[in-house]
Write a protein that binds this ligand. Sequence first.
Ligand code: SAH
Length: 261
Amino acid sequence: MRFDVISLFPDMFSVVRDMGVTGRAHKQDRWSLAVWNPRDFTHDVHRTVDDRPYGGGPGMVMMAEPLEQAVNAAKAAAQAAAALAGRNADRDIPVVLMSPTGRRFDQACAQEFAHGDGAILICGRYEGVDQRFIDRCVTHEVSMGDFVLSGGEIAALAIIDSAVRLLPGVLNDAESALQDSFNTALTGLLDSPHYTRPEEYCGLSVPDTLMSGHHENIAAWRRRQSLALTAARRPDLIESARQAGLLSKADEKFLKELKPA
Ligand code: SAH
């Protein structure tokens, strides 16, 4: 998997390249990263990448040309790398703009990225990017949620992190993504609470079931915790699991007792 990122702040990407689970996977060549600075694709002494908006209004807009040239350079490099690795170099690489107006990112999107070979991720800054660049070059738009960031970098970091940790073998068994919120082992529900040593902390003890060593009871306790938490905070996820036929009779019985009609 290879990510090419277009960003005015390339240093921000050391976070996923060098640290934690994604850093370890990068060291093991499970994925690669190239960051392209639109400033390197300007032709004036000031290396201008932004200008005032037509029609007036506050702020600045990222100019189309440096972005398009950066995307072209990224595409050529990604294709050359694919050819070198004996993979199909002609495939269309997704060009994904980070944007509050895009499709809301979720675990299903992360899975889609994890199943692909990679993508070009565009990080906007200022008021955003010239629409003509979007019209000509962008294939997908992705939003982190209904809030506004100062730039697309944190969104791109979130995409890379969530996709790389889903690659087979990147997490070891103990870290398995299957057990996480939204994932298959939890039938798309929220995760249950976790406890570690000491057994008693500030007068608070660990729930008895978790100390019992009885695996079936522990699994049932965790399932009920997941169901109760999800029913309280994200009833939409309960409904999706139900529609997908992922709730057992025992699940339904527990939910019924939880919320008597
Ligand atoms: N004027 C724009 C926001 C610009 S914020 C608007 O109101 O829609 C500057 C840049 O930050 C954007 O171009 C985008 O790349 C990034 N960004 C901001 N919020 C984001 C979000 N919720 N998801 C993804 N990217 C975001």
